[in-house]
Design a protein around this ligand. Structure first.
Ligand code: EPZ
Length: 417
């Protein structure tokens, strides 16, 4: 169980480059199963969730190796069509292998992915869409046993919720289905576009990714490719929160600013200066932050739910009151009780959290309970004078590569023990 020891109250300065996107890497690693041969994936972050995906690929017979930030996956000799529950439970988003395994083998057996710290993580939209594409799915004893009865074929699928994972599973399965699939009310996240770019570079025919309607014309086969992941927009938003709460001026390079269009206004409303030049974003924090007033999480291009926790740490020390409305997940406020141990004044009522900004946070020992909540606690500890200890850092390592090194390179006093 790794722990961060943070001596807060220090100003940060310098330049960082955000890691590759975790939420691009996970579906793209699964989608390599659609090709036979060696795919080269650049800007693939070193994360425990990525390792969990590589473990699944190796279990079914692929070889996968890492050379720095590049991962090379050879799917030429896969031979197993089942994923054991211990591998499925290591990472909630392993459901993303469902569409890929069906497209490759016409069958798959896997256990239901567990719920997670964010509450129940239903997969009903994934299953109903694949059934419409000709997949027979038996669900019993927590296991999914799926096979293609006649042929995997295209379908017109309307999602009641623009689910990221369901959109990805459908896109992946439809790439090799017989005929055309149209997804209406598709998720529009940049990671969906990145997945479509990867698949199209393998020979798929996907149009409209990033829009609400995506058309996938199935093809016979896909060939391996070389692909670089987009930068991680949530890690970038987290770094901006760290700069904001420490009164810092930092520069982030290799950013795609258009991915953060709903995030920049929150920092500007808080009194931060944001300068954008090409793929470089510079953030300068004011002496005292103003409260951003109201933050509602929404599907992309709305404010991202994954940035809610780190930005709440910023609101906790802003002047005034901020109301958060978490519309995407039932319980994504596990960081609130721990932020209050650090001196924050936050009350939660259902999906609403009311943050009354305080002048300063106080150091304390706190425990992370989910990925983005862990990031929020690190951000808050950077601002609290004195030494704070954060346990549960294994949650952080699911999505943040070498976070203590990144922060230390900017002058923070953060050690992992
Ligand atoms: C993806 O999760 C991300 N994970 C999440 O990031 C992110 O918070 C989420 O999208 C929303 O943006 C990855 O990309 C690996 P959804 P996903 O399906 O696909 C409901 C992080 O911190 N729903 O868009 O699981 C669901 O319960 C992680 O990096 C159904 O009801 O999210 C939720 O309320 C956390 N039935 C809403 O839709 C379904 O079949 C959005 O979920 C599927 C989803």
């Amino acid at each position: 169980m790794s722990v961060f020891v943070v001596n807060g109250g220090r100003r940060l300065s310098g330049e960082v480059e955000p890691q590759g996107s975790k939420n691009s890497a996970l579906p793209i690693l699964a989608a390599t199963l659609l090709c036979r041969g060696e795919c080269v994936l650049h800007n693939c972050p070193r994360l425990s969730d990525v390792e969990a995906s590589l473990a699944i690929l190796r279990y079914i017979g692929c070889t996968a190796r890492r050379e720095g930030s590049t991962v090379i996956v050879d799917t030429g000799s896969v031979e197993r069509f089942e994923i054991p529950s211990e591998l499925m439970h290591r990472m909630r988003s392993s459901i993303i292998f469902l569409g890929a395994m069906i497209a490759r083998f016409d069958r798959v057996r896997m256990s239901f992915p567990g719920g997670c710290e964010l509450g129940p993580r239903p997969i009903d939209l994934h299953l109903s869409a694949l059934r419409e594409m000709g997949v027979v799915i038996c669900e019993e004893h927590g296991e999914l046993d799926c096979y293609v009865s006649d042929e995997l074929h295209g379908a017109n699928i309307t999602l009641p919720i623009p689910s990221v994972g369901a959109t990805e599973n459908i896109m992946i399965a439809a790439a090799l289905a017989n005929g055309t699939t149209v997804i209406s009310n598709a998720a529009r996240e940049p990671e969906i576009v990145d997945l479509a770019d990867f698949l199209n570079s393998c020979g798929a025919r996907i149009h409209g990714a990033g829009e609400s309607s995506v058309v996938i014309e199935g093809v016979e086969r896909l060939h391996p490719t070389i692909h670089a992941m987009i930068p991680d927009r949530i890690v970038t938003a987290t770094m901006m929160s760290a700069a904001a709460v420490t009164g810092s001026d930092i520069t982030m390079k290799g950013v795609i600013p258009s991915h953060l269009e709903s995030v920049f206004p929150v920092f500007r409303d808080s009194g931060c200066e944001i300068n954008i030049k090409g793929n470089t974003v510079r953030i300068g924090a004011p002496y005292r932050l103003r409260s951003p007033k109201l933050i509602r999480t929404m599907p992309y291009p709305g404010f991202p739910t994954d940035a809610q926790a780190p930005v709440m740490s910023m609101a906790a020390v802003a002047d005034g009151m901020t109301v958060f409305v978490e519309n995407m997940f039932l319980s994504r406020y596990s960081h609130v009780s721990e932020l209050c141990r650090l001196g924050a004044d936050i009350r939660v009522e259902g999906k609403v959290a009311v943050v009354d900004g305080v002048k300063k946070l106080l150091c304390a020992d706190v425990r992370a309970q989910d990925l983005r909540g862990a990031a929020a606690l690190v951000v808050a500890a950077l601002c609290a004078r004195g030494q704070s200890q954060i346990s549960g850092i294994e949650y952080l390592e699911r999505g943040y590569e070498d976070f203590e090194l990144v922060l230390s390179s900017l002058g923070a006093d953060v050690k992992k023990i």
